[in-house]
Design a protein around this ligand. Structure first.
Ligand code: SAH
Length: 261
């Protein structure tokens, strides 16, 4: 009996009741909301949430877990299980009428960054996201300019969302314990973008280039994209380092450069 945790699915099951309760408290699910959990596992978070929300969609890749989830769900509410890879899942199929999605999950760490980018594609239909991730990734997601964790991931995610790191979770809260500390992150998609890139592809490429050589000056990192003449059109100093510019600065720079005919 019992499910043996599988490494290839990044399975670390939450077992610390106080951590689970803290997570449920910060998510604060309510009955009329539409919650979606990614990677429910054996339901450590699923059932306490379902008890409050009465209905929950879950996306789980490991088919062996599905009967375990279905069997226990009945006493708590209506659980809709989607046996699928969350990286390929079309979350828009879950959006009904005017009820935006609240996404939650103790994510498999090996897919957390691509999964966040996949979800950002549905940002218009999402109210908020709460995830357990490696602390190191959460620190990068939430970092402010000037911080050593601030980089491409911070900028690309903060372009779409307001990001807050909520609390840390030690390895012994899980079975089996992961090697690293985890953190809970809250991400709120902007309903109106605070700064809009005229050419998103250009902006994305500019940020990628800027951080290609972190220790160098912007003039150096961006020399393929910006001439001295281009620098004169901005009020940003080319002697700064890439981590000193805000999302607003990068969007502004991209808009100046992509408007040049
Ligand atoms: N939420 C549970 C399990 C966390 S472990 C708990 O906190 O105890 C991560 C879960 O994500 C596992 O159930 C694993 O099978 C699932 N998973 C891994 N890769 C996935 C993917 N690509 N799509 C959906 N679920 C995935």
């Amino acid at each position: 009996m019992g499910h043996i945790p599988r490494k290839r699915f990044g399975q670390h099951f939450l077992q610390d009741e106080s951590v689970i309760q803290h997570l449920v408290d910060v998510i604060a699910p309510r009955a009329e909301e539409h919650l979606v959990e990614i990677g429910p596992g054996q339901g450590a978070l699923t059932f306490p949430i379902l008890k409050l929300s009465r209905q929950l969609d879950v996306v789980e890749l490991d088919r062996d877990l599905i009967p375990i989830l279905n069997a226990r769900a009945k006493e708590f509410g209506k659980l809709i299980v989607h046996e699928a890879d969350a990286l390929e899942f079309d979350f828009s199929q879950l959006v009904e009428k005017n009820l935006p999605l609240r996404i939650i999950g103790n994510l498999p760490y090996n897919i957390s960054t691509p999964l966040i980018f996949h979800l950002l594609g549905f940002a218009d239909s999402i109210t908020d996201m709460h995830f357990m991730l490696q602390k190191e990734v959460v620190d990068r997601l939430a970092a402010a300019p000037g911080n050593s964790d601030y980089g491409r991931l911070s900028i690309m995610v903060q372009y779409h969302c307001q990001v807050t790191s909520l609390f840390d979770v030690p390895p012994d809260a899980f079975y089996p314990p992961p090697k690293v500390t985890s953190s809970i992150v809250r991400m709120l998609p902007h309903h109106t973008l605070p700064f809009t890139a005229n050419n998103y592809f250009h902006f994305k490429n500019l940020v990628k280039q800027a951080f290609s050589q972190r220790r160098k000056t912007l003039r150096n990192c961006l020399k393929l994209l910006m001439t001295d003449e281009d620098w004169q059109k901005t009020d940003i100093l080319p002697t700064l380092r890439p981590e000193q510019l805000s999302v607003k600065d990068y969007v502004g720079l991209s808009n100046i450069l992509s408007n040049v005919e």
